[in-house]
Design a protein around this ligand. Structure first.
Ligand SMILES: C[S@@+](CC[C@H](N)C(=O)[O-])C[C@H]1O[C@@H](n2cnc3c(N)ncnc32)[C@H](O)[C@@H]1O
Length: 334
């Protein structure tokens, strides 16, 4: 049977024949076509590392974020096969597209379309030994993150022997706060907006700790009463990427000169390439605000087994490495 223009486009993309790709596009071949394997021409070009063809397909409107039936994007294929040029082209294109459109992480930090903030805050949560779950059976926080929370605490509390002023936004299971306490901060402020999480904090004695100040409310509402800090950690739930962006706009008031900021880096935790896009995107936006970001890679494969997701609607993390962000004011902006 004769091949269609779209099938020919896939074949030309796979062969790295950019002249043929251009010609087929001019003749009306569809750059967003999925072949019988569920792959697009862009995926075929990326998998074999044809950077020029990748660029040409993107310029023609090929969707950079299309997923194959096994949830793999063109960027994942370039990454898996170590095709640096194709990967760089895809990454730069994706960052620019997300800066403008922000399509993949509009649904909250877990990239899975978290419930809207107002709904989450007004509904009940259930507390288990190893998790907090919202009314829609989505995990708000899970115990497997404990080593990550300890690493975040270490990153923001490295002020040596002199106790510093620390802010944590989002108490959850209190894992990061327990770790922060071990560094004996001079002042430790915790902002929490969910009434049941707040009640639990009070019941478990957090209100009686000498150096702890609990501020009940949404960070958006309580910001003016917070002051400034040596270390800040941000990890909320049910918010959108734009909310975190708004928090970042306030960093210059909240973070003291030389202070350290970190956030839970759960963006797009089920797709390795989308996750890289969001690491770079947040770092770029922070850089524009005068902060430089380093990512510390932490292996997490050992912390996660299939069992932990039982009864939950989403596996919000499926990658082997967690990239812990450490942000500081850039030297040239101090
Ligand atoms: C993922 S949990 C935090 C987990 C915490 N880092 C830990 O170590 O256990 C998110 C927390 O942020 C709270 N939260 C959600 N939106 C908030 C907001 N706008 N302001 C303050 N807290 C918020 C949630 O109620 C929840 O307790």
């Amino acid at each position: 049977m004769e091949k269609t223009l779209d099938e020919l486009l896939c074949a030309a993309a796979m062969a790295g024949n950019s002249a043929m790709v251009r010609d087929l596009l001019l003749r009306g071949a569809d750059p967003s076509f999925f072949d019988s394997e569920g792959k697009t021409p862009l995926m075929h070009a990326a998998a074999v590392g044809h950077g020029e063809v990748v660029r040409c397909l993107l310029d023609a409107g090929a969707p950079w974020n299309a997923l194959s039936p096994s949830n793999v994007s063109a960027g994942d294929l370039a990454m898996e096969n170590a095709h640096q040029e194709a990967f760089d082209v895809l990454l730069n294109f994706a960052i620019q597209a997300e800066l403008v459109l922000g399509t993949i992480a509009r649904g909250g930090g877990d990239g899975e379309g978290a419930a809207s903030q107002e709904v989450y805050l007004s509904e009940r949560v259930s507390f288990g030994e190893d998790r907090i779950v919202d009314a829609e059976s989505k995990a708000v926080m899970m115990a497997w993150e404990k080593p990550l929370m300890e690493a975040h605490a270490r990153a923001i509390c490295c002020f040596g022997d002199v106790g510093g002023k620390i802010l944590n936004v989002g108490f959850g299971m209190g894992l990061v706060d327990e770790a922060i306490q071990r560094y004996k901060p001079l002042e430790h402020t915790i902002v929490e907006a969910h009434p049941e999480v707040y009640d639990r904090m009070i019941q478990s004695g957090w209100g009686e700790k000498e150096n702890v100040k609990i501020v009940f409310g949404k960070w958006q509402d309580v910001l003016p009463q917070l002051g400034s800090f040596d270390g800040i950690f941000f990890d909320t739930y049910g918010e959108y990427y734009d909310d975190m962006r708004e928090f970042h706009q306030n960093l210059h008031r909240l973070l003291k000169p030389g202070g350290i900021y970190s956030y839970f880096n759960g963006f797009c935790g089920s797709n390795a390439f989308f996750h890289v896009v969001y690491c770079q995107l947040v770092a770029l936006e922070l850089e524009n605000l005068g902060y430089s970001t380093q990512f510390i890679p932490l292996p997490v494969k050992e912390c996660i087994s299939e069992d932990i997701w039982k009864g939950l609607k989403h596996k919000y993390w499926q990658l082997d490495t967690y990239n812990l962000p450490v942000c500081q004011a850039s030297l040239d902006s101090e």
